[in-house]
Design a protein around this ligand. Structure first.
Ligand code: EPU
Length: 344
């Protein structure tokens, strides 16, 4: 069933809805209802009628559904990119949470604005990017987020969170932790630079950009796109949710011990000099899992951090593979992998 609610022309409510198009793993599960909302007012008006629990999603690019969802799935369709302030150094823009993240990146790089070019081609919506604190190629969303505007799922009140209040860390925010399930994000306010500030330190990014010409936002975004395409599977072809695990952080003492046995183990420094981050993809590959499958679930053959649905896998199939991978990595390195993907 699909109907339009009075003056709220954009709201779409679908009962007993398939979620296959709402999650990039392509899990064929259902929700009691899916509600697409396009403004804070609209969401507030409909909230009392919604079946609980409520799950706010973006494009479902970081979710693994284990089963049908008995409740309401809320999908943001909030649009708009509005300039709030502009100086000679920066521009502040308010962006609807329902805009695909990569459309926003394209908008910014075409304007010559700096700050999101390294985050090109990441699936998902703007609102989800602020929940997940997406990061890639040496950049992270919290470096450009100024304010997050969100609607309380309890009473429909609108609250503004400063970047500090969002408690951002690597792939973490208050919306994934303390306030999990309590807010739906309606807008994100970003501050982007107008003066050149290229970040080219990650991997071979600098070389890839130099092949395209000057280090402009558009060329950096193009280089990132091509690197990502060469490694990461397209969810339209092979269901996946990007990195399945987070890169683990270990003490420097544990890392030093491990490098005696594995001298080629790569690492990244962290803000805490006593802690070191290790690429989980390397650990998984070393444990022999790259390209291996278990039933209809597999470890991607070009990036071991990505688990894929070979077609018809269930959430249980993916989790069984994740568990086997986690156990192997633990047996070999005494390192516990944590999931980046949210399991529902
Ligand atoms: N590596 C391997 N084998 C693999 C994969 C990686 O040995 O199968 C090694 C690489 O050789 C390299 C290191 O691991 O030395 C890092 O690999 P890569 O640059 O591909 O990045 P990552 O650490 O595996 C992270 C993010 C990605 C992001 C890239 C690029 C996490 C959990 N993942 O992956 O984000 O695109 O860096 O910045 O932090 C995502 O979150 O969904 C995602 C794709």
């Amino acid at each position: 069933m699909q109907f339009v609610l009075g003056i709220f022309a954009a709201m779409i409510i679908t009962n007993n809805a398939s979620l296959k198009e709402y999650n990039t793993f392509g899990m064929d599960v259902k929700a009691d209802a899916v509600v697409e909302w396009a403004s804070e007012l609209e969401l507030k008006a409909v909230l009392p009628e919604l079946e609980r629990p409520i799950l706010a999603i973006g494009q479902g690019s970081n979710l693994l559904f284990m089963d049908d969802f008995h409740g309401t799935v809320l999908k943001s369709a909030v649009q708009g990119i509005d300039i709030l302030d502009i100086t000679s150094d920066y521009v502040t823009v308010k962006v609807g949470s329902g805009i695909p993240w990569d459309d926003f990146v394209t908008y910014c790089v075409l304007k010559g604005w700096w700050g999101v070019e390294n985050l090109a081609a990441i699936p998902g919506q703007v609102g989800a990017a602020a929940v997940q604190n997406i990061g890639a190629y040496g950049a992270q969303a919290d470096q450009v987020i100024d304010t997050v505007i969100a609607v309380s799922l309890q009473d429909g009140s609108v609250r503004e969170f400063t970047c500090e209040e969002c408690q951002y860390a690597y792939r973490q925010s208050i919306f994934k932790n303390e306030l999990k399930g309590q807010y739906a994000i309606s807008h994100v306010i970003f501050t982007l630079g107008l003066k050149p500030s290229p970040k080219l330190g990650y991997g071979n990014l600098e070389h890839e950009v130099s092949l395209l010409g000057e280090a402009s936002p558009i060329n950096i975004s193009k280089a990132v796109r091509s690197i990502r395409q060469s490694k990461l599977p397209d969810p339209q072809v092979l269901g996946n949710a990007g990195s399945f695990f987070m890169n683990p952080t270990v003490t420097r003492a544990q890392y030093d011990g491990l490098t005696e046995r594995y001298p080629d183990m790569p690492s990244y420094s962290t803000p805490n000099p006593d802690m070191v981050k290790i690429p989980a993809g390397w650990l998984i590959e070393k444990a022999g899992w790259k390209g291996r499958s278990m039933g209809k679930a597999a470890v991607h053959d070009r990036q071991a951090l990505v688990l894929v649905n070979l077609g018809g896998a269930t959430g249980q199939d993916i989790m069984a593979l994740a568990k086997a991978v986690t156990e192997s990595v633990y047996d070999m390195f005494s390192i516990n992998l944590s999931m980046e993907v949210n399991c529902i």
